[in-house]
Design a protein around this ligand. Structure first.
Ligand SMILES: [Zn+2]
Length: 234
């Protein structure tokens, strides 16, 4: 399956052919739907057949291997037939919020000197968990720095290194709970100039300015040395 979101996260739709339909879901020959992974929810959207019939997609998940994506139809949705030509269209408004939040997570992870132990991106709020001592994080100061980096509009860049190079540089991996997308033979590094550098298989905005104003809504204690930072769009 051709995963078009990997090369262009801004694609809202694509023409595709239905490869199979079974109890697991719908597989296409190519897709713009991002599957749940790396703390980012799977895309929702619709498959539109040539006769205009629509199949609502309620979720997208990873399938059997790295290039396999399964589109999960909404309960009771009319299903397309294998071989049908469809337009696969994501709920772009929701996905773009995920991309902006995901970008904010990259920035946030660069501001806290500690290992990231978990995280979840949402369209309205997102969180990152850090292994840091109590009282080392300040809500107001983090909000100010986050927004300064948003306003400075730093560009995102991508480059690729081999699995071996990544294995030789474990310091690149900040998020121990989310394994970098290895197994392709090469790994994509996402760099925000002078802010952040880490391997990531997610969908990315072009620059930090797209994030828009954000606020650190709360910092929770989740056990010894575990601080949960929750951010929202303003
Ligand atoms: Zn990322």
């Amino acid at each position: 399956m051709e995963l078009l979101f990997r090369d262009d996260a801004y694609l809202k739709e694509c023409a595709a052919t239905v490869v199979s339909v079974d109890e697991a879901g719908i597989r296409l020959d190519r897709t713009v739907f991002y599957p749940t992974g790396g703390g980012q929810p799977g895309d929702t959207g619709v498959l539109v057949a040539e006769d205009g019939a629509e199949t609502a997609i309620a979720d997208t998940r990873k399938g059997r291997d790295l290039n396999d994506v399964v589109h999960i139809p909404a309960d009771g949705a009319a299903l397309p037939a294998a071989g049908a030509r469809v337009t696969a269209r994501i709920d772009w408004e929701r996905r773009y919020k995920h991309m902006r939040m995901h970008g904010a997570m990259h920035v946030l992870s660069s501001l806290v000197d500690g290992e990231v132990t978990g995280g979840q991106v949402g369209a309205e709020k997102s969180r990152l968990d850090f292994n840091v001592p109590s009282a080392s994080l300040d809500k107001v100061a983090l909000t100010e720095t986050l927004n300064r980096i948003v306003e400075e509009n730093h560009a995102f860049f991508e480059r690729w290194i081999s699995d071996e190079e990544l294995a030789a540089n474990p310091g690149l991996v900040k998020t121990m709970s989310v394994k970098p997308p290895m197994g392709y033979g090469k790994v994509r590094l996402i760099e925000i100039a002078s802010v952040d550098l880490q391997p990531c298989g997610g969908t990315h905005i072009r620059s930090t300015g797209e994030i828009g104003a954000v606020t650190v809504a709360k910092i929770e204690n989740k056990g010894r040395q575990n601080r949960r930072v929750v951010i929202r769009f303003c």
